[in-house]
Design a protein around this ligand. Structure first.
Ligand SMILES: [Zn+2]
Length: 411
């Protein structure tokens, strides 16, 4: 059993790495040194070449960072380091819940330490070079620190609860754990914008003026309260523009980046807002929550069935079974299924984007949204010619050309 598990884990780690590199490679086959015919009217020659340079820089960077990430996990696994770390903690701590908490805290610190130089390079070299970065080094360090503290508090509480449930329950572990995760997910949807976002950004009501008037007129017509529309100071980190819809019930809100407001015309901003209201009208937050709880339930159920087998600890080099060791081995073995769920999730998300686009086009006119999407793609130097297979695997949004084609059909 242990031998089968060992080779299955090795195989899955290697296969996953190869698939991801193959998908990356597929994208490179779409690179061109001249402006492709289908992008004329969106990119000019100069901007297109700049977007290619940006794409190449990110591609090379991801080959290096992903390869090192793969080598790290591979080495940790093959050398039995997970079991060794477990033994080390166990020799000093008796309480099994604290063993698990310290184990994951160590993992998180190691991950943070190893990924730090890559995040730094990405922000201060790549994003900086292409004129996107606005993050100061102080802000960057503060963000990392806050992220770690918040992760420790939230992750610590959830992990404590779930480990405790694992230790006192049996076959029904999955159901109780699912309950905890469901309550936490709903809580986060309700209060994320009030508790977490303010630690990183300022959210303010729309300033008075022409834009506010246009938005008021549209949101009245569409049945969305102006009180739930906010502007966020995204410009303190990046020039890239964005907008999103989040929250449940009375806690719903649409957040527009100040960079979006700076970049687009009034009618384009209203079109983006209309798209976000479309997400609300089509209840995409609820379907997203439902999908994520279903996939979590499936994962927890399978985990509860198999995880108490001592082989899950032995394969990592430990003689003693432990919740955290089972999570590591199971987590890797589960990769193929999570890949399939990821595909499904992206598929549903792309369908939701089309629905939101459709809503915006019907209520406000497709030409405004089309023009907003084009401008955003150009200012964010988006890759407009990704490989279709790459899109199928990784894109949560349809490509610009796909969206424009659908919008043209509405016209
Ligand atoms: Zn959307």
């Amino acid at each position: 059993m242990v031998v089968i598990l060992y080779y299955s884990i090795l195989l899955i780690l290697i296969a996953n790495f190869i698939i991801e590199r193959w998908l990356d490679y597929l994208n490179t086959t779409k690179w061109s040194s001249v402006l492709p015919e289908e992008l004329k009217g969106i990119y000019n020659e100069e901007k297109y070449l700049k977007s290619m340079d940006y794409e190449k820089a990110k591609h090379n960077f991801s080959i290096i960072s992903e390869s090192l990430g793969f080598l790290t996990i591979f080495t940790l696994f093959a050398s039995g380091s997970f079991g060794w770390l477990d033994g080390l903690i166990r020799s000093r701590v008796d309480n099994p819940i604290f063993v698990t908490l310290i184990f994951f805290a160590s993992m998180a610190l190691i991950t943070e330490f190893l990924s730090f130089p890559f995040k730094w390079y990405d922000t201060f070299v790549i994003e900086e070079k292409f004129g996107f970065n606005k993050t100061t080094k102080t802000l960057f360090l503060a963000d990392q620190f806050k992220g770690l503290v918040i992760g420790a508090i939230i992750g610590g509480v959830i992990l404590y609860l779930i480990t405790w449930i694992y230790l006192i329950t049996g076959a029904l572990f999955w159901l109780y754990a699912l309950g905890v995760i469901a309550i936490f997910s709903v809580f986060m949807l309700l209060f994320y914008s009030n508790i977490i976002v303010p630690l990183f950004n300022k959210q303010t009501p729309l300033p008075d003026g022409e834009l506010k008037e246009a938005i008021t007129a549209f949101s009245l017509k569409a049945g969305f309260l102006l009180d739930n529309i906010f502007v966020i100071d995204g410009s303190k980190r990046s020039t890239k523009a964005n907008a999103y819809f989040t929250g449940l019930g009375s806690k719903k809100r649409i957040v527009l980046y100040d960079t979006l407001i700076k970049e687009l015309t009034t009618s384009e901003i209203v079109a983006v807002l209309a798209h976000e209201i479309g997400h609300y009208k089509k209840r995409h937050v609820y379907s997203g929550l439902f999908f994520s709880l279903i996939t979590t339930a499936i994962m927890l159920y399978i985990f509860a069935l198999v995880s108490r087998n001592t082989a899950f600890a032995e394969v990592l080099g430990s003689k003693v079974p432990a919740f955290h060791l089972s999570i590591i081995s199971f987590g890797i073995l589960y990769t193929p299924l999570s890949l399939i769920f990821g595909l499904l999730l992206n598929f549903l998300s792309r369908r939701n984007e089309y629905q939101a686009d459709h809503f915006a086009a019907e209520k406000y006119g497709p030409e405004h949204l089309a023009s907003a999407l084009k401008n955003l793609s150009v200012s964010n130097l988006s890759n407009l010619t990704p490989h279709p297979i790459y899109v199928f695997f990784h894109y949560s949004h349809p490509t610009l050309l796909q969206r424009l084609k659908k919008l043209a059909e509405i016209k």
